[in-house]
Structures are given as structure tokens and as C-alpha cells.
Design a protein around this ligand. Structure first.
Ligand code: HEC
Length: 234
């Protein structure tokens, strides 16, 4: 007698618990016993928790998001003035053509051909030494080699596989005659089929790569001390 009463109470109370978790709204999870397990307290940069299934909860609004910083804002690079100077936005603007070739919308564009202007007056601010070429080699291997090839001959795996073409050989004219500034400009903003690299590499890294490309072009680049703006080997 006692046993069956306990069984009944048990059955009824578990039925009550089960029934209470049902809700008529098919989107509702029903009664939440452990809300933390349904709604993660983790902050996700792109999610505004204020709105869940079209219902806005003021208390859950996350106002800080991973928004793009305002135009012309400059990241903090520390107190080394030479480094800060190097890292400031590139003063040559992309030319008009880049609007259509590289999708540079909403940017300040230059009316002049800045690519050609980049020739004479821009020096490579990164001092050349062995370490720089080592760093350049690493960057080149991860960012450029698949197109330009290990030796810079334009035969990277992207090209040999037939997926991509038009990659120049650094050792052929007119690339030997490219000035450091032009090279920088092309890597920074892209050129033709090569995309812009400014969002992937900072200016120091790009200048390091310019040194590295030069060292592929001229075997004695390091020893000959072609440190700054050598438009071509004299
Ligand atoms: C997706 C393939 C691809 C990648 C990745 C790539 N390039 Fe290029 N690169 C090209 C092509 C194609 C051209 C020829 C552009 C033209 O002249 O129209 C080119 C041209 C160049 C030139 C000559 C620019 C000029 O003004 O004539 C340099 C220098 C260069 N690349 C360096 C680099 C460096 C350094 C990297 C790595 C950060 C890199 N490229 C990554 C495809 C690529």
C-alpha cells in the first residue's frame, strides 16, 4: 500500500515537471532550469545579444562591436619616432584606376599617377642587414612564394598548376628597373592581378620584402651595401 502511494506521487510529480516545461510557442525552449546552458554568457564580437529571435532585450545589448576604426585613425606604435614615422599611412594615394581594378571605394584617390611618382623620392626606411633578409625570406615564403616562386621567377605553384598566370619574373626587365618606391606601392595597393597587401602586412614588413626582392634580383645586394633608394644597380 505504502509502496504504491510513493510510486504514484513519484509518477505524478515527474509528470508535473514534464508538463510545466512545455509551452505553446514552438520557438520557446519552455521553462529554463539552467538558463546559462541555453544562453552562453560568452561575448562574441559580431553578435548583438539584444536581439534574439526578433525579440529585443535591452539588458542584453552589447554595444561594443568589432567596428572598423574611424577613417584616418592611426594605431599606436610606441615611442620610437623612426618606427612611428615608418608606420604612418603611406603618403602616396592609390590612383583613380584602382577604384575599378581593386575596389578602392570610399577612399581618397590621387588624380596623378602616384605609381610613377613613387619612383624617385622614396627611400627604403628599413636598414638592410642579414636579419632583414632572413625576415624577408620568411614573409616571402608565406605571402608571395605561391605566386612568385621560390626564386622569384614567377613560377610559384599557383602558376605551375595552371590556376593563375601573368606573374612576372623579377629578374627580367622592366622589374629590375623598378624603384623601391614603386615596388612598395605595388605590394601595398596591388597591381594588375596582384591584390593589395596593406591589410595583411604592415609597412615595415613590406619594406622588408622590398629588400628581399632586391636580394633575389642582385646576388650581391647585401654585400654591395645597396641600402637605400637604389632604383637600379649602377
Ligand atoms: C596572387 C598572386 C600574387 C601574390 C600572392 C603576390 N603577387 Fe606580386 N605580382 C603578381 C602579379 C600577377 C604581378 C604582375 C602585376 C602587373 O604587372 O600587372 C605581380 C607583380 C609584383 C611586383 C612588380 C610590381 C610592379 O610594379 O611591376 C612585385 C615587386 C611583386 N609582385 C611583389 C610581391 C610580393 C613581395 C608579394 C608578397 C607580399 C607578392 N608580390 C604577392 C601576383 C602575386
Amino acid at each position: 500500500m505504502k509502496k504504491s502511494l510513493i510510486t504514484w506521487i513519484g509518477a505524478l510529480s515527474s509528470a508535473a515537471v514534464l508538463m510545466s516545461s512545455c509551452a505553446s510557442d514552438p520557438d520557446s525552449p519552455g521553462l529554463e532550469y539552467m538558463p546559462d546552458m541555453y544562453r552562453s554568457p560568452a561575448i562574441e564580437a559580431y553578435v548583438d545579444y539584444g536581439e534574439v529571435r526578433a525579440r529585443i532585450d535591452e539588458t542584453k545589448k552589447v554595444k561594443l562591436t568589432a567596428m572598423t576604426p574611424p577613417q584616418f585613425s592611426v594605431p599606436y606604435y610606441g615611442k620610437d619616432s623612426a618606427l612611428v614615422d615608418m608606420m604612418l599611412p603611406y603618403r602616396r594615394l592609390p590612383n583613380q584606376l584602382m577604384k575599378s581594378t581593386h575596389g578602392f571605394y570610399g577612399e581618397r584617390l590621387s588624380a596623378a599617377d602616384e605609381y610613377t611618382l613613387a619612383s624617385a623620392d622614396i627611400k627604403n626606411p628599413v636598414m638592410l642587414n642579414e636579419k632583414v633578409l632572413e625576415d624577408g625570406k620568411k614573409l616571402y615564403a608565406s605571402m608571395c612564394q605561391h605566386c612568385h616562386g621560390e626564386k622569384g621567377d614567377g613560377n610559384g605553384p599557383m602558376v605551375t598548376s595552371g590556376a593563375y598566370s601573368g606573374v612576372p619574373n623579377y629578374m627580367e626587365e622592366p622589374r629590375m628597373k623598378l624603384s623601391n618606391g614603386q615596388m612598395f606601392y605595388s605590394i601595398y595597393y596591388g597591381k594588375g592581378m596582384m591584390g593589395a597587401h596593406r591589410s595583411l602586412l604592415n609597412k615595415k614588413e613590406i619594406w622588408t620584402l622590398v629588400h628581399y626582392v632586391r636580394s633575389m634580383q642582385y646576388k650581391d645586394y647585401l654585400t654591395a651595401g645597396m641600402v637605400s633608394d637604389t632604383t637600379q644597380k649602377k
